[in-house]
Design a protein around this ligand. Sequence first.
Ligand code: PEP
Ligand code: MG
Length: 889
Amino acid sequence: MAKTAGATKMAYYFGKTKTEGKSTQKQLLGGKGANLADMTSIGLPVPPGFTITTEVCGLYYQHKQKLPPGLMDEVRKNVGILEKETGKKFGDSKSPLLVSVRSGAAASMPGMMNTILNLGLNDEAVVGLANATQNERFAYDSYRRLINMFGDVVSGVDHEHFEVAFDKIKAKYKAKLDNEVPLEGMIELCEAYKDIYKKHFGKPFPQDPLEQLEASIEAVFKSWMQPRAVKYRQVENITGLMGTAVNVQSMVFGNMGDDCGTGVAFTRNPSTGENKFYGEFLVNAQGEDVVAGIRTPLPVAEMPKWNKAIHKALLEIKDLLEKHYKDVQDIEFTIERGVLFMLQTRNGKRTGAAAVKIACDMVKEKLIDEKTAVQRIPAGDLTQLLLPSFTPAAKAAAKKDGKLLTVGLPASPGAAVGKLAFTAAEAVERTHAGEKVLLVRKETNPEDIDGMHLAAGILTSTGGMTSHAAVVARGWGRCCVAGAGEVQIDEKGRKIKVGGKTFTHNDVLSIDGSTGEVMVGEIATQEPKLSGDFATVMGWADKYRTLKVRTNADTPADAKRAREFGAEGIGLCRTEHMFFEGDRIVAMRAMILADNLEDRKKALKNLLPLQRKDFVGLFTAMKGLPVTIRLLDPPLHEFLPHDAKAQGELAKELNVSPAFVKNRVAQLHEQNPMLGHRGCRLAVTYPEILETQVTAIVEAAIACVEKKIDAQVEIMIPLVGTAAELKMLRDQTQAVIDAVKEAKKFTGKLNILIGTMIEIPRAALTADQIGEQADFFSFGTNDLTQMTFGFSRDDINTFLPDYINNELLAQDPFQSLDVTGVGQLVEMGVTKGRSVKKGLKCGICGEHGGDPASIKFCHTVGLDYVSCSPFRVPIARLAAAQAALATAK
Ligand code: PEP
Ligand code: MG
């Protein structure tokens, strides 16, 4: 982009005289500019104008925020053409040309940058406008709007000063509303505004329209880097743009009388997808009046009562636009003295439900084909179809009433409403008593699992997207907002403080796990509707994808749900989750606290039948689909109680002294548990744990075979870093398999693979050696990300916002795979593994397995499957198809 000024064409004209831009030039002309040129080309009534390119914005920043030389020459030339075409003149006292100056980047950033309307008015032109329109009040009203807008957005004069002056005039003329101020008032207001401008800016309001234009163009460029625009691009993940274009377009007025109006519309309903022209308009108004919400607009369906011909013309334009763009359009229009003008068209944003319906309808209408339909639905938006959500109207009303308290991480989608419970035990108790509660914790840990399961939703003040709360909640489809750092939790006092307000255990909050919003009070929710269209889209996705989609599930209920969503196997069963259910934790704790082999074996014996039952349940639910069971992974201390009271209770239950429990907990304490005694290291130290788990798996598989249930078993060894570790544990696993078969006198065939997770960088680096010992690889990208970056997955939220704000990271690497770094290790793991074992089965079971961008990467590096939480399975199916279609091009 090291272009020099003058070497490039800087402005593109659109109008009857000529149209220089094309719809394909979005990068150069911005979305709005490209579409204005395009609409002009297809003969729609667009007021003429010209677009200054995004390249010029790039040059402006390259040249230390100076407009590049030659720009204003091009601008003057284009203004000349515009004057000729419209028959009006800049600053003219008879027929003045007025223009709007609007921003428009390649990606839509609604409302993020500056706009100036009525530009070109000055003390002479205002008289010209009054004469030309025969409407003096309108002319002065337009002039005061320009001085205010120009003063505010171009010259930095606080809008408040203008408001104060307006209030004075309103008081003087006893006017309640702006439009009740008479002509004399408007004339006085223009004078007052010019004084305010001069007082606060230091120079008079510029009378030369070209000077106004030059300053406005610069203001639009400046607005590209203003904080809210920068933030918006961050949040929406908009990167790699040169800057904003500037659209200078002749003004049309919707506020010249009752034969004028303005409106916005969608060619189809953007919230339901219904094929019905949908929008609103206001008679005798300008665009900003619609947005300001002072008057209530009318639905376009009522337009025929006001002007039948315009309504008919709009419907014709709807069809024309949809045929041309082959997508739903979001349009802005103005009617000036009975003549319709199109000001903007762009692809309309829509809900997940609408996206699905529109895609299916457009295939039926032969506007698009199946492949286009599959590619057009944002995979992540399917979540909205699978979980309850807040009704948009209720949420909008709540926000308007200032009920939004804070925004945390959208850790697990859905909508939850409840009173506040501060411990898992409290959540369990109150839920059983019939209350709806949100479990509010600094962060959760495995001990909280019961409370997490029963709570309507989970809110944590620390923790990232792969924190315990987030992972577990997503697995269950339980709504969770994590890392809401502004929420100060006082567990003892049973209250929270946020935004200066305090809420106790009896107050109700609503949390939106899809956006991270935390709101006061009960907001109405709606249940998901799985329409026939949804199934149709899934069918198309399955036709085009090559990646298989499995699920991360630990219970038969989750497995069944995931199958209903189309999962083709279990990619990860975290066996540790099974130990937190009901009384099992007692047996598990007895096993962990055992300080000798004999006691440990005794405790394991109690766990074995429970595990076997679990596995039979999973194999049965998955009916012949592969089930990957991971051996115990977390550090053992995670299963133990840490406060004295709970330790005392445990001691009683196990019939040991409290001091014994306390000492054992202290012995198991580690400074760095995530890098400590966990994963396959547990099996190295305690082979009897591996033996028990593998025995349970094999006995379950044999029980299934005997019941004619096809069990496809994959035993997975976690946290392997060397081939030697895997070899040793693989041999032990195989020995147990053989021993169980022998003991059961089982002579039939068992389908059992033994593989490993690749989640330590060293495992990826030595994947050729590890591959020799493995029947399959599953990339654990949660730990792989943690260990590659050296970022704690549970604590990242303490500094991630600073990393995002400083653009050190484009996004949370635990949400979307860091393709550049961690991705290299994944790719290397696949290549090295397959170099020793052709066609080695490779999958991913980290949280990234449900993220569309990461799924695309998985497709590209040739993984066989992705595995994700049940509620993400449909998303993954669609994203996998999109990846296949995108790379097939
Ligand atoms: C992983 O590390 O990616 C993984 C799936 O395992 P866990 O999240 O249980 O550590
Ligand atoms: Mg892991």
